[in-house]
Design a protein around this ligand. Structure first.
Ligand code: HEC
Ligand code: HEC
Ligand code: HEC
Ligand code: HEC
Ligand code: HEC
Ligand code: HEC
Length: 434
């Protein structure tokens, strides 16, 4: 057997040396991804709010509520129909503000000095009441208002109401995934660092038997300048930059015009939970069109008055909300409900095809409406959503003579399984597009 040469023994140290080199590179790479990911993570969670941290306005709720409900009469800085709201939290305490926003008439009637003075000053213009707002809602609005700096008035683009909500709900999943990745990277970093230290210590003991180059590696000090200008560093930075940009573009493209979870505040606090849930009123009683026509109509006041001629008080808002209803009915002015669902004009969707013909439940597309205090857009209404369901759902051919012949042909053909909507042409562009 050949004698093991000194050189071979030395080579055995190559393994730990090699390992230390590799782990160094991995450590650097991981550190980089960690830094870039955590920064994009931070950007993700704060992007929707310009307000400083720690205020309730952070989640954009205050801003949205302000724009939807108060902006018509209030600016943040400077007078409009009502006073500029900036600094209002110094002029009044929270309790006063809560009472005022919920119903200013009551506060004025109570003889509150500040309220009466204000009312006189603004020519006895009555402010709209917002009895449906919770104290938190009002606090969020105030926090938002106080967070807007003077020189930068709020920019509002038409139609941006509701988009803040969308960005948030879409980001939720991303946030969880990002958090997980960041945690895993952090763990890998720590592990690599420990590993590197152990190898180094091991090699230090054997330092005398290492040759020049290896010794150098072992005793190498970290040189930031050389490192930053190295090719490896520059390409990694470039790569990360490209990835982040591409991802951002992709995500924002996916979110264009998708309004999932959109739940505007309605002119009357109509609750589906109370009517369709607690009182078990059938959807069809109000949305009479849903089974027989393309459009599922919103009920007219006549339908509400079938019951509200007698029911004048509700469990949550007392007489207030129902009074609005009766008042509008007596004056003959229709209620301007804010539309929740809205497909673009290029798409054709027919309710009766889905409810009457296919026998689908409303909840399949609209979610548990009977549990919703404020109705929201449950599905994302993208084309992919329609198509996926058409691929998966079998045609309901029961009691439908139209399908009998088709079904026979389908069963005779070699195709196995149920006859899906796709197979009756449910993916043809012209079925859904004008
Ligand atoms: C229809 C117009 C209108 C709307 C909408 C409106 N306000 Fe007012 N607001 C007024 C007027 C006018 C006054 C001045 C007092 C008065 O005449 O009643 C006022 C006064 C106030 C004050 C007292 C300000 C001060 O400087 O003391 C606060 C606070 C306030 N509004 C908050 C709100 C909030 C919050 C909203 C949205 C949720 C809102 N307002 C929506 C018209 C409106
Ligand atoms: C008492 C009458 C009534 C009943 C019962 C009722 N709704 Fe409604 N629904 C309304 C009114 C009024 C609106 C408009 C105000 C709103 O959006 O809250 C509405 C709005 C909706 C919307 C949103 C429409 C839009 O703007 O896009 C959906 C979806 C809906 N209802 C589904 C249902 C379903 C499903 C049921 C049965 C579980 C049901 N509704 C039962 C009265 C009713
Ligand atoms: C079939 C009967 C019926 C119809 C139709 C109906 N409601 Fe109601 N509504 C009720 C009942 C029952 C209550 C609850 C009364 C209670 O519990 O004290 C109620 C309560 C309310 C309340 C008070 C909520 C609260 O918590 O204070 C509002 C607002 C309201 N309805 C609006 C409407 C509107 C708008 C329509 C028409 C789109 C409508 N209702 C149609 C039966 C009906
Ligand atoms: C296959 C999915 C699906 C089912 C099932 C369905 N809807 Fe819809 N609904 C939609 C879509 C999509 C829209 C948006 C239509 C548009 O913007 O043209 C919509 C809109 C509405 C609207 C707003 C008015 C309109 O027609 O645009 C109401 C109200 C409504 N649905 C109620 C119902 C009720 C009540 C049922 C059950 C009887 C039901 N829907 C079943 C998908 C569905
Ligand atoms: C929850 C499942 C589901 C969703 C979501 C859905 N559909 Fe459908 N759709 C069906 C079923 C089931 C049928 C078959 C009805 C029948 O028996 O004719 C159908 C049929 C159709 C048809 C007729 C197809 C044909 O060949 O006769 C059109 C058009 C259509 N859907 C459009 C849409 C559009 C547009 C959307 C999205 C806005 C949509 N659907 C979302 C289940 C769905
Ligand atoms: C089952 C119904 C359905 C079928 C089949 C369908 N689409 Fe669509 N498509 C939709 C709906 C609904 C939208 C609107 C989605 C949205 O607003 O996000 C849409 C949106 C689009 C858009 C985007 C338009 C824009 O301005 O954003 C294009 C392009 C399009 N469809 C092309 C096609 C083509 C090409 C086919 C055939 C291969 C097809 N669609 C088949 C339902 C359908």
């Amino acid at each position: 057997m050949a004698k093991i040469s000194k050189k071979t023994v030395l080579n055995m140290y190559r393994l730990p040396i090699l390992m230390s080199r590799i782990s160094r590179s991995i450590l650097t790479l991981v550190a980089f991804s960690f830094i870039s990911l955590s920064s994009s993570f931070a950007a993700d969670t704060t992007s929707s709010a310009a307000a400083p941290a720690t205020t309730p306005a952070l989640d954009g709720k205050g801003e949205q509520l302000f724009k939807e409900n108060c902006k018509a009469c209030h600016k943040v800085h400077g007078e409009s129909v009502g006073p500029g709201l900036s600094g209002v939290s110094k002029r009044h305490d929270a309790k006063w503000l809560h009472a005022w926003v919920k119903n200013s008439t009551v506060v004025i009637a109570s003889g509150d000095k500040a309220a009466v003075a204000l009312y006189e000053k603004y020519n006895k213009a009555a402010m709209t009441s917002f009895p449906t707002f919770s104290n938190e809602d009002i606090d969020a609005i105030i926090a938002y208002v106080e967070s807007v700096p003077e020189e930068k008035p709020i920019v509002s683009t038409p139609g941006n109401e509701g988009t803040t909500q969308v960005a948030q709900s879409g980001g939720e999943y991303d946030t969880i995934v990002l958090t997980l990745i960041v945690i895993v990277l952090l763990l890998v970093m720590v592990a690599m660092f420990v590993f590197l230290t152990v190898i180094k210590r091991y090699l230090k003991d054997k330092e005398t038997s290492l040759d020049g180059e290896d010794k150098e590696l072992l005793n190498q000090k970290f040189d930031i300048k050389a490192f930053v200008s190295s090719k490896g560093f520059i390409s990694i930075v470039a790569l990360i930059f490209i990835c982040v940009t591409v991802r951002a573009c992709w995500v924002s493209m996916q979110e264009v015009a998708v309004e999932q979870n959109y739940a505007p505040i309605q002119p009357i606090a109509f609750s589906h939970k109370l009517h369709a849930g607690d009182n078990q009123i059938n959807c069809n009683y109000c949305h009479t069109g849903a089974y027989k026509s393309k459009q599922s109509n919103i009920p007219s006041l006549n339908i509400c008055m079938n019951c509200h001629t007698y029911i004048k008080e509700g469990p949550k808002y007392g007489k207030l909300e129902i009074a609005k209803l009766v008042d509008a009915y007596e004056k003959g002015t229709p209620i301007r409900w804010v539309r929740v669902h809205n497909l673009p004009d290029l798409a054709y969707f027919n309710h009766s095809q889905h409810t009457q013909v296919a026998g689908l439940e409303c909840q399949k597309c609209h979610g548990p409406v009977e549990e919703m205090e404020v109705v929201k857009q449950f599905s994302n209404l993208t084309m992919g959503w329609c198509i996926n369901c058409h691929r998966e759902t079998a045609v309901n051919s029961k009691d439908n003579a139209y399908y009998d012949r088709l079904l026979k042909v389908h069963e005779e053909s070699k195709k196995k399984g149920a006859m899906t909507v796709e197979q009756i042409g449910g993916l043809d562009c012209s079925k859904c597009h004008y």
